[in-house]
Design a protein around this ligand. Structure first.
Ligand SMILES: C[C@H](O)[C@H](O)CC(=O)C(=O)O
Ligand SMILES: [Mg+2]
Length: 402
């Protein structure tokens, strides 16, 4: 090619960041009576006043962040993640300078600039959520401009369909719906003593009796435990109920604790974690310190697709499975391209949960859902992430940059 002739894709012209309330990407932002806020063990449960409800300590305080990127030709890429109003500020007032006038194909440089310009106040959490939202919107725009699904841009499907396990309070119903396993929220942590431990085991035993021996059952501990409690739970749940894995038992900062837990856990029981970890550097700690058997990055929180490529490659190199946390289409387009992601998570967002509903409803239109526990790769065959933003919901743009 003659130097200087290549014109590239239409450049990004507008960056818009909105916040929305009510479920969707902030899936903890649900109404009263939802299974996801029913006395679930958390690190805040040592304070009795914050034990019954996660909303009582503010789990849903952020709401959803919607990032919208409009190219010069009017094509719009968008993405949703958790982050709400403070993430809108970061996107519009800080990150937009690295986006306006740029070709979306330059996602590597854009990511690098977003990360290192915010490193002095970022690195993890809210700032990386905002970076992830922008990165996902770039990949959506790229797919829409090239008229290709994101999974094509990532190397294509390695399997014809994806298999799902369901996260929710009713693994017995998930089994009837065709899922390969059910992940229960743990309800009682160390502050509720031996009585709580007995209740945890009793619930699992009841589900084992209902689901039969071959169905996977997992416990999601949402960072609530200490090593002693997690070790005792792991042994009892494995011996008495055939638990498949114990998830996110400890604080995400306690790499040393995870390495110890993995040594303490019974042979055959998997230790999993990573949904609140970010970037190639955080996951390198988990992988090199041999903290777990499965890493579970959330593509909307760990740095987006651009960063997940690096995280997944590192896990692959070390022979560790990478099964992303939730994240709807943003996960599906990645999982289907990866040999080390043999199955995926489906978060049951029905309050019961007695039926399958789209994970990020009502924010996305055209979101595929598992049928008989599976989604075919061909269901992703639309440009970008294959979904549209539902503009009937109340979008609020607090910090316009233009
Ligand atoms: C059910 C868990 O407490 C949490 O709400 C979701 C989660 O950690 C997961 O899906 O994994
Ligand atoms: Mg989890």
């Amino acid at each position: 090619m003659t130097e200087g002739k290549f014109v590239g894709l239409p450049k990004i012209k507008y960056v818009r960041a909105y916040t929305v309330r009510g479920g969707g990407a902030d899936y903890h932002d649900q109404g009263a009576g939802h299974w996801i806020d029913d006395h679930i063990a958390t690190p805040m449960a040592k304070y009795p006043e914050y034990r019954q409800s996660r909303q009582s300590f503010g789990i849903n305080v952020l709401g959803t962040l919607v990032v919208e990127l409009e190219a010069e030709d009017g094509t719009i890429g968008f993405a949703v993640t958790t982050g709400g109003e403070p993430a809108c500020f970061i996107v519009e007032k800080h990150l937009s300078r690295f986006l306006i006038g740029r070709d979306p194909s330059d996602y590597e440089t854009i990511w690098d600039q977003m990360y290192f310009s915010t490193q002095y106040y970022g690195r993890k959490g809210l700032v990386v959520n905002a970076i992830s939202g922008v990165d996902l919107a770039i990949w959506d725009l790229l797919g829409k401009l090239r008229q290709e699904p994101v999974y094509h841009l990532l190397g294509g499907a390695v399997r014809d369909e994806m298999q799902f396990y369901a996260t929710g309070a009713r693994p017995d119903l998930a089994k009837e719906m065709g899922f390969i396993g059910g992940k229960l929220p743990l309800h009682h942590g160390p502050a509720e003593g031996e009585e709580g431990m007995e209740k945890n085991i009793a619930l699992l035993a009841d589900m084992r009796a209902k689901c039969g021996d071959d169905f996977w059952l997992m416990y999601d501990c949402w960072m609530a435990l200490d090593i002693d409690y997690a070790t005792r739970l792991a042994h009892r749940a494995w011996n008495e109920c055939g638990l498949k894995w114990i998830e996110e038992a400890l604080s995400p900062d306690d790499y040393w604790g995870y390495a110890q837990l993995k040594k303490n856990a019974p042979d055959g029981l998997l230790v999993t974690t990573g949904e609140h970890e970010s970037t190639r550097w955080g996951f390198r700690m988990l992988l090199e310190m041999e903290c777990c058997d499965i890493i579970q990055p959330d593509v909307g929180w760990c740095g987006g697709v651009t960063e997940l490529i690096k995280i997944a490659d590192d896990a692959d190199r070390k022979g560790v499975l990478m099964v992303p946390h939730g994240s709807s289409v943003y996960s599906y387009h990645f999982v289907v391209t990866r040999h080390n992601s043999p199955f995926a998570e489906f978060l049951m967002m029905h309050p019961g949960p007695t039926e399958v509903v789209p994970m990020f409803a009502p924010q996305l239109l055209g979101e595929p859902v598992p049928v008989n526990g599976k989604i075919r790769a061909s269901a992703l065959d639309k440009p970008g992430f294959g979904v549209e933003l539902n503009r009937d919901i109340a979008l609020h743009r607090p910090y316009p940059n233009d």
